[in-house]
Write a protein that binds this ligand. Structure first.
Ligand code: ARG
Length: 462
């Protein structure tokens, strides 16, 4: 053999071109799989010994060796080699360096194809658990803030025009619902991630008497995969994960957009803590909401990663193809981006300060209780369409007079309908308006407090 790769160079007459070696290597980015690679190898060796493919002594030597390699990696003393291509061959070479020839027996009955598929699944499973932890932390922060702001009245919007008064707590609980679905999607994705591909070997399975169910059990997988060809080839579970991550980002981006608007001088609904903002080098008055802006911006890269992965997979014939090596960077980038954004949000939300007076003033403007006046007339027997017209005329009058409905006199209101009486002012206040929406899912402070309680109990039980 002349300088060819020691793991597969047997049939090669010349060494790999230096650039090709670099071009095809994945060690630059797949080294972060090392812990999961070693975890998978230990389970594989353990199963092989139980099936008498390895002796117990060989297995023990291999397991000790793998743990020593892991210690070296964590101490920063292992030098990754591009010539060894990827994390799997780097670790195997380091193992053989440490324990000698027996290290070469570890790869019995497996291939890098089922090995990498196993590594990514183990890695993603941990990533899902981490992201769900961060989602939970953020949900707690939102629910706590919602409880504190259950009575705070703000304008609710449709088309970004003042629509009806809502409570700030209610708005925050809407965000919590979005995140709750994101959490559930991740749990669902985890079921399809948590399946063992190892044993598929290169593509057709192996001739050794292996026990795949045992390897699955050792690694905490729910079961072994059904079909060896499918096991080494598809990355749909990773695409699904990225999709679920993209939805998390979509939600965080929408929240970011609202936070940015609310923190502006024009809205002035909230104050973001200084330590989550930055200043301007030229405009001394500025306090920029960088964190939500960046989260909104980072959403694009997670969407991009989703498209990379979909496109990567779309025309691959069965079974494994080298194309799949390109799945790592998008997957890792999605994990890092979503984790970072969730962390920033979970840290920031508890410190948001509602500018309650400003919110109240904004809610009281814009004729936000017009629907309440229509409902009042309907309850006095006017058909809704007629009530709508009466209120429309009252609003037009108010605009001319530069007065909100609650600021018009009883006589002025009565010009539009004789059904209006003095008690109308109870429904024209924003307090009356939100308190009246007192049903399951409604914005009344009572309902928000009850919803917070349910959400808290729900989080504690899940
Ligand atoms: N680095 C490869 C990947 O990420 C590992 C599997 C390589 N298998 C092979 N037959 N070249 O997919």
């Amino acid at each position: 053999m002349n300088q060819t790769n020691s793991s597969w160079g047997g049939r090669f007459a010349e060494a790999t071109d230096a650039f090709v070696a670099e071009f095809t290597a994945s060690i630059g980015f797949d080294q972060r799989l090392y812990r999961h690679d070693i975890q998978g190898s230990i389970a594989h060796a353990t199963m092989l010994a139980e099936c008498a493919v390895l002796t117990v002594a060989e297995k023990d030597t291999i397991v000790q060796g793998l743990l020593a390699v892991q210690a070296d990696i964590e101490a920063g003393t292992l030098v990754w080699s591009v010539a060894l291509e990827d994390v799997h061959m780097n670790i195997e070479a380091a193992l053989t360096d440490k324990i000698g020839t027996v290290g070469k027996k570890l790869h019995t009955g497996r291939s890098r194809n089922d090995q990498i598929a196993t590594d990514i699944r183990l890695y993603l499973r941990d990533a899902i658990d981490h992201l769900n932890g961060e989602l939970t932390r953020l949900q707690h922060a939102l629910i706590d803030l919602a409880g504190a702001e259950a009575d705070t009245i703000m304008p609710g919007f449709t088309h970004l025009q003042t629509a009806q008064p809502v409570t700030f707590g209610h708005h925050l609980l809407a965000w919590n619902e979005m995140l709750q679905r994101d959490y559930e999607r991740m749990i669902d994705c985890r079921k399809r991630v948590n399946i063992l591909p190892l044993g598929a070997a290169a593509l057709a399975g192996t001739t050794y008497p292996i026990d795949r169910a045992r390897t699955a059990e050792l690694l905490g997988f729910d079961r072994a995969s059904e079909n060896s060809l499918d096991s080494v080839s598809d990355r749909d579970f990773a695409i699904e994960f990225n999709h679920d991550g993209a939805l998390i980002m979509m939600h965080l981006s929408r929240m970011s957009e609202e936070l940015v608007l609310w923190a502006s001088a024009q809205f002035n609904f909230i104050d973001l803590p200084d330590r989550f903002c930055t200043g301007s080098s030229i405009m001394p008055q500025k306090k920029n909401p960088d964190v939500p802006e960046l989260v909104r911006g980072k959403t694009g890269r997670v969407y991009g990663n989703l498209f990379s992965l979909l496109t990567l997979m779309k025309s691959q014939p069965l079974a494994y193809n080298k194309d799949n090596q390109e799945d790592k960077e998008p997957i890792f980038d999605t994990i890092d981006t979503v984790a970072g954004c969730l962390r920033a949000f979970a840290d920031m939300i508890p410190h948001i300060e509602a500018q309650r007076e400003q919110m109240h003033t904004a809610a009281a403007g814009g004729y936000s209780t017009a629907t309440d006046l229509a409902d009042y007339l309907v309850k006095r027997g006017l058909p809704f369409r007629d009530a709508h017209e009466v209120v429309g005329a009252s609003v037009a009058f108010g605009i001319v007079e530069r007065k909100d409905l609650s600021e018009l006199s009883l006589e002025q209101l009565q010009q539009f309908s004789s059904l209006i009486e003095a008690d109308v002012f109870e429904v024209l206040t924003v307090e009356g308006s939100v308190a009246a929406r007192d049903h399951f899912g409604g914005t009344a402070p009572n309902q928000v407090r009850a919803a917070c309680l349910r959400a808290q109990v729900f989080l504690a039980q899940r």
